[in-house]
Design a binder for this molecule. Structure first.
Ligand code: ATP
Ligand code: MG
Length: 240
């Protein structure tokens, strides 16, 4: 469902993604890890073209990511994204945050959008907060709202970029629980995270990036028990 073929990207002179070749099947759960600055966010953001690559091809659901606006629009509807900072609109209620895109992008009638929003808020166990504003919720609650907002676009793929790294420890679990549930339902997921417990239990494959390259990608048990590269071993010894 996602295919990177020799993808390269530069920020000015800085070669941030180097010959990325990787494909992800429908329903697969991928965890991406690696040191700060290794290109994890950049690679993830290329999937829905929040970043442009300069060389190689990226196919998402058979559609090539290029300058074609039609393609970009098609993919953005199919790919939900959750960031470290929840990026909710502070002046809109939780419910309005969720219905905005379905009403304006998907042209869904308001009532139907609200019903759907409530459905997803229930799934992330936060329906009772629907009329509050983001600033009135805890970080963990806001992140669950952000996930529900992503789901309201009924995406086929969800991207997560360190969704728990800005949260206090007691809130991390409530967000991970929602992600685990999504994984169990068969959502195709790409998660940049250093939550190695999540990687071990949920991921089909763990991808390790360093200096703009995919150094290693393997099933979690092999990745953790028998890392092939020195760089992976060093990284794991630092974070485990
Ligand atoms: P972190 O774990 O800190 O989030 P990351 O692996 O997600 O790191 P990226 O955010 O993808 O790393 O950044 C990769 C490299 O590209 C870093 O060296 C960063 O400084 C650089 N970079 C990121 N965004 C830009 C930009 N807009 N312009 C120039 N350089 C950038
Ligand atoms: Mg990042």
């Amino acid at each position: 469902i996602i295919e990177f073929n020799d993808v390269n990207k530069w920020y000015g002179d800085f070669h941030v993604l180097k010959n990325i070749n990787f494909s992800i099947k429908k329903g697969e759960r991928i965890v991406v890890c690696g040191p700060s600055g290794s290109g994890k966010s950049t690679m993830t953001r290329c999937i829905n073209r929040l970043e442009e690559h300069q060389k190689g091809t990226i196919l998402v659901d058979g559609v090539e990511m290029n300058d074609n606006l039609k393609n970009i629009e098609a993919i953005r509807k199919d790919v939900g994204m959750v960031f470290q900072h929840f990026n909710l609109f502070p002046h809109l209620s939780i419910l309005e945050n969720l219905t905005l895109a379905p009403i304006w992008v998907r042209k869904m009638p308001k009532k139907q959008a609200e019903e759907m929003a409530m459905h997803y808020l229930e799934r992330v166990k936060i329906a009772n907060q629907a009329l509050k504003y983001p600033g009135q919720l805890s970080g963990g609650q806001q992140q669950r709202v952000a996930i529900a907002r992503g789901l309201c676009m009924q995406p086929r793929i969800m991207l997560f970029d360190e969704p728990t790294s800005a949260l206090d420890p007691e809130m991390i679990k409530e967000v991970l629980d929602v992600m685990v549930q999504l994984a169990e339902e068969g959502m195709t997921m790409v998660c940049v995270t250093h939550e190695m417990g999540f990687a071990k239990t949920v991921a089909d494959r763990v991808v390790f990036m360093d200096a703009g390259e995919i150094v290693e990608a393997n099933k979690p048990n092999e990745f953790f028990d028998n890392p092939q590269h020195d760089r992976t071993q060093m990284f794991l010894s630092q974070i485990l």
